[in-house]
Each structure stands twice: as structure tokens, then as C-alpha cells.
Design a protein around this ligand. Structure first.
Ligand SMILES: NC(=O)c1ccc[n+]([C@@H]2O[C@H](COP(=O)([O-])OP(=O)(O)OC[C@H]3O[C@@H](n4cnc5c(N)ncnc54)[C@H](O)[C@@H]3O)[C@@H](O)[C@H]2O)c1
Length: 253
């Protein structure tokens, strides 16, 4: 018996990194998971990892910037898996290390389109399926309060995701849907890029020294299990919150 038996989840950006860890954790608790990503090969790899653990997942190739593709992906998942009960808006893309005054329109659009806009597309499309006892988790970032230079569109996108989470929590509480954020810290190629492409030694002194628990999080064990909690029965009265799963680095809430 898993905590999420009978539940169907959509996890965006699950071709690797944090999204893959969340997918594995949800699937190990019995959820059937749609692995949505623009990277089809990576999504298939995640599906294979789930299958190896005895779980059920399916890859859905989708460019989440396109609302028609999002609508089609959600309709397909609902049709093939028999509903959608959990939505994890994890995907985002960003061009970083670009000073604010040098940003192109494309740099700005990339993060805003893959972040808050895509999250809103998925939430809108999933709403009829989530009504009753649905769960939404949006991925937030401590960089939003730290204001790291060279990452303005990403930071703006994450701030908008946080605001969207609160708005949806208020609107959807009566519908039985909870909407929360996780702000993770996990060593992924994308995260290392955000830290400026540091060597392991530099990471130890620069990043880990700022944490209360001086290690990076594990995508499945730390972030994925937090997602399981937020999607399970024990979190039914929690909405509009951010759980910082970052070793006490940001104390963001
Ligand atoms: N890793 C960390 O320490 C950290 C810290 C703070 C916040 N986060 C947040 O956690 C989430 C995952 O982080 P990560 O480090 O695993 O990132 P990642 O870059 O490894 O994963 C992002 C995924 O999104 C997918 N994606 C990008 N554009 C897409 C598009 N147009 N359509 C569909 N899929 C698309 C990518 O293919 C990729 O698989 C992000 O929302 C990130 O902001 C991560």
C-alpha cells in the first residue's frame, strides 16, 4: 500500500534533476506519473527508472511555453491515466549571468514563459480534474529573496510563481485543492550554472558554508519525499505555503 495509490500526477521538467527525483518519490508511493518535458529522451530515461522500481510512468513530450501543447498534454494524461490529481510545476529555463541592461527580449521571455506562464497554463488545464482533492506544487527559489545578480528574469519568474501560488491557494481552497511551493537546494547542472559554474572546492566554501545543514539536498529523498508529504493526507490543511528544503540556507517561508 502506497500513500498515493490510485493518484495520477503530472510532473513538468522531469527529464532529470529535481523533477526526476520528485517523479521517483511519487511513483514509489503508488502514483502513476506523467513525465512532461521538452527533452523526450530524458523523459524516457525517467520513465525507465520508475519502471525499474516497479512503478508506472509515461513520457509526454511538450513545450510548456505553448498553451495548446499544454492543453493537449493534460487531456492525454487524463484520458490515458484516468484523471489528474497532482500537478508539480517544476520546469523552468533561463539564460543566466546576463546583466539586466544586456538582456534580450528572448532572455526575458524564456524564464517568464517557462515559469509563471506555463505553470498557469497547467493549473488552468488541470483544474477540472483537480477539483475535489487535488494538489499543486510549484517550485520556488531562494534566489528570489537573495536577488543574485545576472539572473533577473529567472528571479522575476520565481517571484511570480510564488504570487501565483498564493492566489490559487485562496481561489481553490473551497474546491478542495491545495497549492504550495517547495524551494529546493539540489546539486544539478542547472543549479551549478546558477552558482557560476564553480568547482567542487569552490562550492564547498561558497554554497555549503551558508547552509545550516552543510550538504546539498537529494532530489528524491529530500525534495521528492517533501512532495509526497504535500500530496498526501497529512498535508490536507496546508495551502499557500513554501517549504524551504535547502538545509536551512534561506529560511524562506
Ligand atoms: N537545483 C536547485 O538547487 C534549485 C534551487 C532553487 C530552485 N530550483 C527549482 O527547481 C526546479 C528544478 O530545478 P533543476 O535544477 O532540476 O533544473 P533543470 O534545469 O535540471 O530542470 C528543468 C527541466 O525543465 C525542462 N524544460 C525547460 N524548458 C522547457 C520547456 N519549454 N518545455 C518543457 N520542459 C522544459 C528541461 O528540459 C529540464 O528537464 C526549477 O523550477 C528550479 O527553479 C532548483
Amino acid at each position: 500500500m502506497g500513500l498515493l495509490d490510485g493518484r495520477v500526477a503530472i510532473v513538468t521538467g522531469a527529464a532529470g534533476g529535481v523533477g526526476r527525483g520528485i517523479t521517483l518519490a511519487l511513483a514509489k508511493e503508488g502514483a502513476r506519473v506523467a513525465v512532461v518535458d521538452i527533452n523526450r529522451e530524458g523523459a524516457e530515461e525517467t520513465v525507465a527508472l520508475v519502471a525499474k522500481e516497479g512503478g508506472v510512468a509515461g513520457a509526454v513530450a511538450c513545450d510548456i511555453r505553448d498553451s495548446a501543447q499544454v492543453d493537449a498534454a493534460v487531456a492525454r494524461v487524463a484520458d490515458e491515466f484516468g484523471g489528474v490529481h497532482i500537478l508539480v510545476n517544476n520546469a523552468i529555463a533561463a539564460n543566466i549571468n546576463i546583466p539586466l541592461d544586456k538582456l534580450t527580449d528572448e532572455d526575458i521571455a524564456l524564464s517568464l514563459d517557462t515559469g509563471p506562464k506555463a505553470s498557469l497554463y497547467f493549473m488552468r488545464a488541470c483544474f477540472p480534474h483537480l477539483k475535489g482533492d487535488g494538489r499543486v506544487i510549484n517550485l520556488r527559489s531562494a534566489s528570489e529573496v537573495q536577488g543574485i545578480p545576472g539572473m533577473a528574469p529567472y528571479i522575476a519568474a520565481k517571484g511570480a510563481v510564488a504570487a501565483l501560488t498564493r492566489a490559487a491557494a485562496r481561489e481553490w481552497g473551497k474546491q478542495g485543492i491545495t497549492v504550495n511551493c517547495i524551494a529546493p537546494l539540489v546539486y544539478t547542472p542547472a543549479a551549478n550554472q546558477h552558482f557560476g559554474g564553480l568547482t567542487e572546492e569552490q562550492l564547498q566554501s561558497f554554497v555549503l558554508r551558508g547552509l545550516s545543514i552543510p550538504r546539498f539536498g537529494e532530489a528524491e529523498q529530500d525534495i521528492g519525499r517533501t512532495a509526497v508529504f504535500l500530496c498526501g493526507p497529512d498535508a490536507a490543511y496546508i495551502t499557500g505555503c513554501t517549504l524551504s528544503v535547502d538545509g536551512g540556507g534561506s529560511f524562506m517561508s
